[in-house]
Design a protein around this ligand. Structure first.
Ligand code: TLP
Length: 344
């Protein structure tokens, strides 16, 4: 069967042109700092984000954990949103590897307000409590349904954290989706964080890779932690070439993925057994509630899968569909038609 794969934007395969760029990449041993393609990528990204330095890493998960390791010490506390990727899907790496404790705050579709961050901060003078050392936010917010952080909130939150000596890190796995949807440049988001990361391996269509961005000192520390975690990657210019290709060719087109997400969302809204908040669909992620169908998310996903449409359960009654560059408009329309046939 020819599947329409909407499980994630991570399922994309490198295009022939991207593979050609990879094949032609100049490489060297990156553990020695010798890979010219990696160096070019890191310099270009740092410049694009108006930060001092950047570090290419194998995955988004490693990007977040090296950042947490570099910002904190054992026993520190990190404020994170309850539905964040870092809390839910990173194997408790922050607890096991960095020895930090998460202070969980429930946001609205993943978004925290400055007041919530303020209330979550521990009083400095109290010897009983952990030190609030770091705040991690996510933009766009995955479990929030691809929600974009309003930039004014980021500015206010940064004003607060900076004046309270709390570092701030952004999980910007899909930051370019936010940029394309809002028109803000990457640096406009980055200015409100001490460090951030984004992934090449999601909507940007590269097979592997993420990047951490921040000050020289921060990146130097993150680099040491990358090595400690086994992330020194030798002739990795082959992957950096895919990342450079993605930056040059695959950003603007994210708009198409957003239009496709709208088509899915509208299709879902016409199925009475499903519920969706159309206003919440801002980028390439569509999350909908299937409780009224009498089935749970796993059963709905199984039925769709049998007809060739792949999505993922995102909670007992929540299903997630993600659009990306390997699914065209025709396939999206077909996926909507199949959903209607099964559930209308
Ligand atoms: N997200 C994956 C799954 O792990 C859920 C997906 O299919 O969406 N931050 C965010 C916001 C992410 O969505 C992801 C991956 C990561 C970090 C981790 O990136 P990788 O998978 O490269 O470690």
């Amino acid at each position: 069967m020819h599947y329409i794969d909407l499980r994630s934007d991570t399922v994309t395969r490198p295009s022939p042109a991207m593979r050609e760029a990879m094949a032609k990449a100049e490489v060297g041993d990156d553990v020695w700092g010798d890979d010219p393609t990696v160096n070019l990528l890191q310099e270009r990204v740092a410049k694009m984000f108006r930060k001092e330095a950047a570090l290419f890493v194998p995955s988004g998960t490693m990007a977040n954990i090296v950042s947490i390791l570099a910002h904190t010490q054992r026993g520190d506390e990190v404020i994170v949103e309850k539905e964040s990727h870092t809390f839910n899907y990173e194997c408790a790496g922050a607890a096991t590897l960095a020895g930090v404790q998460f202070y969980l705050v429930i946001g609205t579709n993943g978004i925290l307000t400055p007041d919530q961050v303020r209330s979550a901060t521990r009083p400095v003078e109290d010897v009983h409590v952990p030190k609030t050392k770091l705040l991690c936010l996510e933009n766009t917010h995955n479990r929030g349904g691809g929600k974009i952080y309003p930039i004014e909130l980021l500015a206010q939150i940064y004003d607060y954290t900076k004046s309270h000596s709390i570092k701030s890190h952004l999980d910007g796995a899909r930051l370019f989706n936010a940029c394309v949807a809002t028109g803000y440049e990457p640096w406009q988001y980055a200015q409100y964080f001490d460090s951030l990361m984004f992934c090449f391996s999601k909507g940007l269509g590269a097979p592997v890779g993420s990047i951490v961005i921040g000050s020289k000192d921060f990146i130097h520390q993150a680099h040491g932690y990358r090595k400690m975690l086994g992330g020194g990657m030798r002739q990795v210019g082959i992957l950096a070439a895919a990342a450079l290709y993605a930056l040059e060719n695959n950003i603007e087109r994210l708009q198409e993925d957003h239009q496709h997400a709208q088509l899915i969302a509208q299709g879902v809204s016409q199925i009475k057994k499903f519920q969706i908040d159309l206003e919440n669909v801002e980028t390439n992620i569509v999350i909908f509630d299937v409780a009224k169908s009498g089935l749970n998310a796993y059963q709905v996903v199984e039925l769709l899968g049998k007809k060739g449409v792949l999505m993922v359960p995102f909670g007992e009654f929540l299903v997630r569909a993600v659009t990306h560059l390997d699914v065209n408009q025709e396939q999206i329309q077909l996926a909507v038609k199949i959903m209607r046939e099964i559930f209308a």
